[in-house]
Design a protein around this ligand. Structure first.
Ligand SMILES: [Zn+2]
Length: 139
């Protein structure tokens, strides 16, 4: 029993479990934003463009069976809308991230360490200013 508790503790404290939990929670909150964006802003706009067309009530019946292909079309359109909105969101976030990465990138080194006296000297120096030894050509 003690071993099981130990294993459980290890499982819980593993980094990726916590990361995943955060991801799921953020994902849930994010879903609400995307749904609201699609349902409250994009769908009315689309309704305005298509003249308030509503597919969801379309259906046909063969004998006893009722095929509600209208709601299937609605689901497909909803999926495409959400995918499109997500695409633009991710595109925007990626651009922001790339910009930040470019800012964070460290500057190229301008100095090197003399192999003989181990002091820092100019990157292009051919003779060390400290120990005056000639340096081998840069590889
Ligand atoms: Zn030196």
């Amino acid at each position: 029993m003690k071993k099981l508790a130990q294993e459980f503790k290890e499982f819980i404290s593993r980094g990726n479990v916590v990361d995943m939990a955060v991801g799921v929670i953020i994902g849930g909150a994010f879903t609400a934003i995307v749904n609201s964006l699609v349902n409250d802003l994009v769908t009315p706009l689309l309704g305005l463009i298509t003249g308030g067309m509503d597919f969801s009530s379309l259906s046909f019946g063969i004998g006893e069976a009722q095929f509600c292909y209208g709601s299937f079309i609605s689901a497909v359109i909803n999926f495409l809308l959400i995918a499109l909105v997500l695409f633009f969101l991710v595109k925007g976030i990626n651009r922001m991230r790339r910009k930040k990465e470019a800012e964070d990138k460290p500057a190229a080194p301008t100095t090197k360490v003399c192999p003989l006296c181990k002091t820092e000297i100019d990157l292009h120096a051919t003779r060390c200013p400290h120990c005056t030894s000639e340096l081998p050509e840069e590889v």
